[in-house]
Design a protein around this ligand. Structure first.
Ligand code: SF4
Length: 295
């Protein structure tokens, strides 16, 4: 008789509250209004975007030519000046910006008001970072690697009195490394920790699980930055980490050898997709009753 395969599930899976709120606001807008559109995808999950588009949500790649209807602002936010400009054209706004992202914008404004050069540790191409930049009066410095920090120093862009915030979905470990380097370059540093607590909790939990299982599976879209980052963090602690988008993608040869499997998920992964991966991991070729350990 084969031994039971076990699954250790992360404490929290499924959408974070910011994503849930954005989906609910969009559903409500679709039920109450006509001509609802959005810039890009609301979440990095095809099943959810298909459902919303099926209810009439129109995805646009740019909104400069839109003159009527209602625009949903995603959880990542949008620069304030852009929102005002869109409103001025007569377009209604449903603002689904996550309150934690708004707090990051306010933190950057506080640092700027207090005379610090604002430095954002994050991806300059990410919508959230563009929203934070758009909330400021002066240009801010955005760095995502130690190399970028050194380049800014070499180009005399990095000042000696800086105020630092973080992309809300960034890993604290990465931010710590960059901040340590800043300490050697700047005279005064004020830090406001804007990392989202649900993100950090999930990362801590996933790291803890990854270290005690032979195989770690991270479930979520390959276009979701936080899922890709979560998988990279787990891989750092456990090289046997794989990322799958759904149960169909999970191949038997990837997991049948493991007697214990850890499972974690990104913030925009629906809970039932994670559940389906768990069921496949537990029941595929199982000759005995599968067992589940939830920690
Ligand atoms: S990850 Fe955090 S900041 Fe981003 S939408 Fe979810 S709750 Fe909000």
């Amino acid at each position: 008789m084969k031994p039971k395969r076990k699954v250790i599930m992360a404490k929290e899976v499924g959408f974070c509250f910011g994503v849930k709120r954005a989906i609910n606001l969009t559903r409500q807008a679709l039920a109450e209004r006509e001509e609802v559109f959005i810039l890009g995808d609301l979440v990095h999950n095809k099943r959810v975007t298909d459902e919303l588009e099926g209810k009439g949500l129109r995805k646009v790649e740019e909104y400069d030519n839109e003159k009527t209807g209602t625009m949903v602002i995603r959880a990542h936010g949008l620069p304030k000046a852009k929102i005002s400009e869109i409103r001025a054209r007569g377009i209604e706004i449903v603002d689904a910006t996550c309150p934690i992202v708004l707090r990051a914008q306010e933190a950057a404004q506080t640092l700027e008001r207090d005379g610090y050069q604002v430095v954002i540790v994050g991806d300059k191409n990410h919508a959230e970072i563009k929203g934070i930049l758009g909330a400021l009066q002066q240009p801010a410095l955005v760095v995502d690697t130690i190399e970028e920090l050194h380049e800014a120093k070499a180009d005399y862009i990095l000042m000696r009195k800086i105020g630092v915030i973080f992309q809300t979905t960034h890993a604290l470990e990465l931010c710590n490394k960059i901040v340590n380097e800043m300490l050697m370059m700047c005279k005064e540093i004020r830090i406001i920790n804007t990392i989202c607590r649900p993100v950090q909790n999930r990362q801590d939990d996933a790291i803890e699980i990854a270290q005690r299982v032979p195989l770690m599976i991270v479930v979520g879209s390959r276009t979701s930055a936080n899922t890709v980052e979560l998988a990279a963090i787990c891989r750092h602690y456990n090289p046997n980490t794989i990322q799958v988008q759904n149960a169909e993608e999970l191949l038997p040869e990837q997991f049948v050898w493991a007697d214990v499997i850890g499972i974690a998920s990104g913030l925009s992964t629906p809970e039932d997709l994670v559940e389906a991966v768990k069921v496949k991991a537990l029941t595929y070729d199982a000759e005995t009753e599968p067992s589940l350990v939830t920690v």
